[in-house]
Design a protein. Structure first.
Length: 75
């Protein structure tokens, strides 16, 4: 009986450059916001699964959002 050997390769050799990484999917904010707003308005439960996820924004958008949060009227 032939003995089979297990060979270990570095992961970089098998990575697919076209496959999205865990946090590497890009979407325009103009496409994302209407979908998220509709899901929230219609109380889709799946949206709650992602509330603790982080998103990456550009530094200028972050500054605008910080300013907006500090100056918008409270409820």
């Amino acid at each position: 009986m032939a003995r089979q050997l297990l060979r270990v390769f570095p992961t970089a050799e098998f990575e697919d450059d076209d496959a999205p990484t865990q946090a590497g999917v890009r979407i325009r904010l103009g496409e994302l916001l209407p979908l998220v707003a509709m899901a929230q308005r219609m109380h889709f439960v799946w949206l709650q699964d992602f509330l603790d996820d982080e998103v990456r924004v550009t530094p200028d958008l972050y500054e605008v959002l910080k300013a907006f949060r500090s100056c918008r009227p409270s409820a």
